[in-house]
Design a protein around this ligand. Structure first.
Ligand SMILES: [Fe+2]
Ligand SMILES: [Fe+2]
Length: 153
């Protein structure tokens, strides 16, 4: 499994949302190239916890944007986000504290698959709606700066 890469084709037309997506990609990629099982169990736990926190922050931001754009699929989209939170909780129960490097690689594949699909299919569906709204990035940023913009190393 190679690293998950964000590409321009994944841009949803709102800079703060793209930055969040890049950040989620980076969090997931921390699972890449783990060979030691001690490292695997700690990293898996940290990645799942961070994804849950940053995922919630991102979803709240994105849902504000969807409401501002009067996106007709908002209710369904929110349910998809809630499904992700449940999915992470299940993975946390299954893998937390007992993951080895093979499980880390498996998890990298699952999480990359979910996020890629969600961005390319579900998030992309609202792109035409955000393009018509003024100051949409400002609306998105009202939730706080995307972590990626803080230039943390
Ligand atoms: Fe979304
Ligand atoms: Fe998103």
């Amino acid at each position: 499994m190679s690293e998950f890469e964000w590409s321009e084709a994944m841009s949803v037309g709102v800079q703060a949302l793209d930055s969040d997506h890049k950040c989620l990609v980076r969090i997931i990629n921390l699972l890449h190239g783990i060979h030691d099982s001690g490292e695997a169990s700690k990293t898996v736990e940290m990645v799942l916890d961070t994804l849950m926190l940053y995922g919630r922050f991102h979803f709240a931001r994105e849902e504000k944007v969807l409401e501002a754009c009067e996106y007709p699929g908002t209710t369904f989209h929110k349910a998809e986000h809630q499904g992700f939170a449940r999915y992470i909780t299940t993975l946390r129960e299954r893998y937390g504290r007992k993951a080895d490097s093979e499980m880390a690689a498996e998890l990298l594949e699952y999480l990359s698959g979910w996020l890629r699909h969600h961005i390319l299919i579900q998030d992309m569906a609202f792109k035409p709606y955000v393009l018509g709204v003024n100051r949409v990035d400002e609306i998105a940023r009202a939730a706080g700066p995307p972590l990626l913009d803080l230039q943390l190393q």
